[in-house]
Design a protein around this ligand. Structure first.
Ligand code: PAP
Length: 312
């Protein structure tokens, strides 16, 4: 596999001081670890019709969605003071298709089918996920904040200070679709187009709406994944407790998320704190020039105008 990957088009990111290389496969840019994980999943993963997938582009709210889903599905076993989320990174509570294939297969041997997370584009998903009509929760976030979030995440992973990682170059590459799992718009379009054909198996969740209307969104999410709240639970404040447990304020202040590490790929270890940065809406306003705003708004209109998803 390694040899085949080396024959693909490659791009080394100069804004990351050439410390990060991407490979283009099936019209998507990926780092080697993630590409290997995708290829392995395509070869080996056998979906079950009861599987539920949490699909997302990086930096769109994956960590939050995983925490919420984990809290929802384990709420009979744990509460907000006993939840494993208090001492485990959400990424280690819900498995990731590109990395955790063996653990997923192990779960299946024990008839255990919790939701699975993936960043893979719709057109590259293992075929059995599509033919089995598995349910898909898709989280998305406005493009400009995703760009800023990705900028900081990528530069911190390769240990660069802000002054050593030119934002303008990161912006240009993002707009060319050159970033891990890029282009972002193609990721959205793939899932969105598929949802037009089979709307019943998709739930689209917008990061900004989840912040504004957490109760409605968490209820919708729980229903969709087959764990609806009872009236008694609603009255007892279970939804609010889950929202609080999974809030940025709570998770980002837990010791595990301040000082722990996450094995993100075969070779890559990431500090947990990097998954919890600011979680602010419209932070991009501190980074974008007028010219950048014009360029990216045009791009969003061109690529995603027809979807009505509005990512500005
Ligand atoms: P990943 O793809 O690497 O897993 P992902 O979790 O999708 O990243 O996105 C990280 C963003 O979600 C960060 O945004 P920022 O860079 O703009 O700050 C992170 O702060 C934010 N985030 C993490 N946890 C939560 C949460 N519980 N609620 C809201 N936002 C969160």
């Amino acid at each position: 596999m390694e040899e085949a990957i080396e024959t693909l088009p490659q791009h080394t990111c100069s804004w990351l001081k050439n410390r990060f290389t991407l490979y283009k496969h099936e019209d998507v840019w990926n780092s080697k670890d993630f590409l290997e994980g995708k290829l392995l999943a395509q070869q080996r993963f056998k979906a079950d019709p009861s599987d539920i997938f949490l699909c997302s582009f990086p930096k769109t709210g994956t960590t939050w969605l995983k925490a919420l889903v984990f809290a929802i599905i384990t709420r009979e076993k744990f509460n907000e003071s006993t939840s494993p989320l208090l001492n485990t990174l959400p990424h280690d509570c819900i498995l990731f298709l590109e990395k955790d294939l063996e653990k997923i297969e192990e779960n299946r041997k024990n008839s255990f089918f919790p939701p699975i997370n993936t960043h893979i584009h719709y057109h590259s998903l293992p075929k059995s996920i599509i033919t089995s009509n598995c349910k898909i929760v898709y989280i998305y976030r406005n493009m400009k904040d995703v760009l800023v979030s990705y900028y900081h995440f990528a530069r911190q992973i390769v240990k660069l200070q802000i002054e050593d990682a030119p934002f303008e170059e990161a912006f240009d590459e993002f707009c060319k679709g050159i970033l891990n799992f890029g282009p972002y718009w193609d990721h959205i379009l793939g899932y969105w187009k598929a949802s037009l054909e089979k709307p019943e198996i998709f739930l689209f969740m917008k990061y900004e709406d989840m912040k504004k209307y957490p109760t409605t969104n968490v209820k919708k999410l729980a229903e969709f994944i087959g764990h609806p709240f009872t009236i008694e639970e609603e009255k007892a404040g279970v939804i609010e407790n889950i929202i609080k447990l999974c809030s940025f304020e709570n998770l980002s202040n837990l010791e595990v998320n301040k000082s722990g590490n996450h094995q993100a790929g075969k070779t890559q270890v990431i500090e947990n704190r990097l998954f919890f940065r600011k979680a602010e809406d419209e932070e991009w306003k501190n980074y974008f020039t007028e010219e950048m705003i014009e360029k990216i708004d045009k791009l969003i209109d061109e690529k995603l105008g027809a979807t009505g998803l509005v990512l500005k």
